[in-house]
Design a protein around this ligand. Structure first.
Ligand code: GDP
Ligand code: MG
Length: 162
């Protein structure tokens, strides 16, 4: 079948918005309130002639107390079911402890992992994303899922990886 890309990360970093940007339609549910994304919804995606399945995760986001464990579990699940994993972080916040916990899980993966630094709505924020190299997942890809900024570069990296 098609290669599977799973999108993981904390609630509210923009996973569903990014999924919709990649799909070029509003299929994934975007909410200001964390935790509403349904469990592992897979969509048919395509970029540069490559077709792949795109999995929006986040269905198992409970309250903030169990957040770190939940996001780590989400990352574990993604690794076991996907061919590649895209960790999304909020570049306007930087790497949180939850992001670091997820990155720790993903670094153990034999599967390729890509890092998206989302909410880079303004080119001036790009320089700040260099700090995200500290997550140990390679190059942070600055994007604005909301405005589409640099999403093509991220997708080029995705299809190179899949
Ligand atoms: P998820 O919980 O990770 O799936 O996040 P959502 O996609 O539901 O987005 C959470 C909030 O972040 C929504 O209010 C989005 O509009 C907002 N958001 C998503 N991407 C961006 C972005 O690139 N820039 C800005 N400024 N806001 C964004
Ligand atoms: Mg979501």
């Amino acid at each position: 079948g098609q290669p599977v890309l799973a999108v993981v990360g904390r609630p509210n970093v923009g996973k569903s918005t990014l999924v919709n940007r990649i799909l070029r339609r509003r299929a994934a549910v975007v909410q200001d309130t964390p935790g509403v994304t349904r469990d592992r919804v897979a969509y048919d995606a395509e970029w540069a002639g490559r077709r792949f399945a795109l999995v929006d995760t986040g269905g198992w986001e409970p309250n903030s107390s169990g957040l770190r464990a939940a996001v780590s579990a989400q990352a574990e699940m993604a690794m076991s079911t996907a061919d590649a994993v895209l960790l999304v972080v909020d570049a306007t916040v930087g790497a949180t402890e939850t992001d670091e916990a997820a990155a720790r899980v993903l670094r153990r993966s034999k599967r390729p992992v890509l890092l998206a630094a989302n909410k880079v709505d303004d080119e001036r924020l790009v320089a700040d994303t260099a700090a995200l190299w500290s997550l140990g997942l390679g190059e942070p890809h600055p994007v604005s899922a909301l405005h589409g900024r640099n999403s093509g570069d991220l997708l080029d990296a995705v299809v190179r990886t899949l």
